[in-house]
Design a protein around this ligand. Structure first.
Ligand code: GLA
Length: 402
């Protein structure tokens, strides 16, 4: 949910816009190589190198913190941490390609405005769980655009947790890694985000999206229909850090669930909305989004299993309308981009993705018309907004690993 403070708008590697599927797939290894090379130059060969991917959510938005269903996939863009133990002291020294260097003691207080808050938070919460590898140092590199709703912070958390566990010689199940990453966001960074981003970054299965039940944390791999490709489309706009609108939406959902006397909106039906008092009319629309979005997400997973890309696309379009009008988390650039995408050749469906307000949209596109789609969206968005867009045609990547 949060994005890294002060980030430049592009990853700092040899980033090339408008990559096709092949080129995008090749990027996955690049952050790892850069992190390892930097570590070697500065401190010698790393003992461990971890990687964790960013994500795009195909459908199931703002449902995770309502115990609902989400359908994200991991992107072929990683954050990577190359690490080794340091000879003495009690300090952690980190160099990040995009942000420079930081040295901290595990006992230091944590300033939530500092870019290193995620790293410090991971170290603190792991130490509270008895995982403390002693002093260590690391180089970090990323190919995940920051502030674009592609989960750069979750990937950093998962990659860092993997490396610290590795240095301490401890193994955790991926769900526990995701939970700890979410706790860093909630308890240290101060953003009440759900579990989706960390969970997909830690557990994704190559070549598949995942239908995740955010109540049980059960994940079911779901294949992308073979005649379709996922396009991640950057509006080239960015939202603010730790947006307070996110917390407002979450509170509204809790108020609606409390008024209905249920633990969370996962347990609500459309007919329940009649029971919400008139003073909760905004909550009523937020709840309607969550209830209908959960249903759409289950239908979308079934459509994908059936290889029915057309049906999946139609559900993505409905999801965008619901997020725009009922949940009110879209934004002008996202709405403009989604309409352009939906009316471009080969498009089966398009919507905003992630927290919303700015950043990326996602489209499902007929595989054989993908390059026509890309040219059309780029030209029309430039004409309409004066901005260039970046479009990645992506295959689903595997979750984080050492
Ligand atoms: C952000 C949060 C997630 C999720 C999405 C909206 O990405 O980090 O937990 O709530 O927004 O679906």
């Amino acid at each position: 949910m949060t994005e890294l403070a002060g980030a430049e708008m592009r990853p700092s590697g040899d980033f090339q816009p408008n990559q096709g599927t092949e080129e995008a797939a090749n990027r996955a290894a690049q952050a790892k190589e850069r992190a390892a090379t930097h570590h070697k130059r500065r401190w010698g060969s790393p003992t461990l190198v971890s990687r964790a991917p960013g994500r795009v959510n195909l459908i199931g938005e703002h449902t995770d913190y309502n115990d609902g269903f989400v359908l994200p996939m991991a992107l072929p863009f990683d954050t990577s941490v190359a690490a080794s133990r340091a000879p003495g002291g009690s300090e952690v020294e980190i160099h990040s390609e995009g942000f420079g260097s930081v040295v901290f003691d595990l006992a230091d207080s944590i300033d939530s405005g500092d870019w290193s808050v995620h790293l410090r938070g991971v170290c603190r919460l792991l130490r509270e769980q008895g995982v403390d590898p002693g002093p260590w140092r690391a180089s970090i590199a990323t190919d995940i655009p920051a502030g674009a709703n592609l989960s750069s912070s979750a990937a950093l958390e998962v990659a860092t947790i993997l490396v610290v566990l590795g240095l301490a010689g401890v193994e955790w199940p991926p769900e526990a890694i995701a939970r700890l990453g979410q706790r860093v966001e909630n308890e240290v960074v101060g953003v009440p985000s759900g579990i989706m981003d960390q969970l997909i970054s830690a557990t994704a299965v190559s070549g598949h999206a995942s239908l995740i039940d955010c109540r049980s944390l059960h994940s079911e791999p779901v294949p992308i229909p073979t005649d379709a490709v996922v396009a991640v489309i950057d509006t080239s706009t960015r939202r603010r850090l730790a947006d307070s609108a996110y917390a407002d939406r979450r509170d509204a959902c809790q108020r609606a669930a409390a008024a209905l006397g249920i633990p969370s909106l996962r347990d609500a039906q459309l007919s329940d909305l009649e029971r919400l008092p008139p003073r909760l009319s905004a909550e009523n629309r937020r709840a309607r989004h969550v209830i209908t979005e959960n249903q759409r997400t289950l239908e979308a997973a079934q459509a994908m299993v059936n290889g029915d890309a057309q049906a999946m696309g139609t559900l993505m379009n409905s999801s965008h309308n619901s997020l725009r009008h009922d949940y009110e988390v879209s934004g002008p650039a996202l709405d403009q981009m989604v309409v352009i995408a939906q009316t471009s050749p080969g498009c089966l469906g398009a919507r905003m993705t992630g927290g919303g307000f700015a950043g990326c949209a996602v489209a499902l596109v007929s595989a054989e018309r993908a390059s026509e789609f890309r040219t059309s969206v780029m030209d029309r968005y430039r004409q309409a907004s004066g901005k260039d867009t970046v479009i990645w045609l992506c295959k689903p990547s595997p979750g984080g690993s050492l």
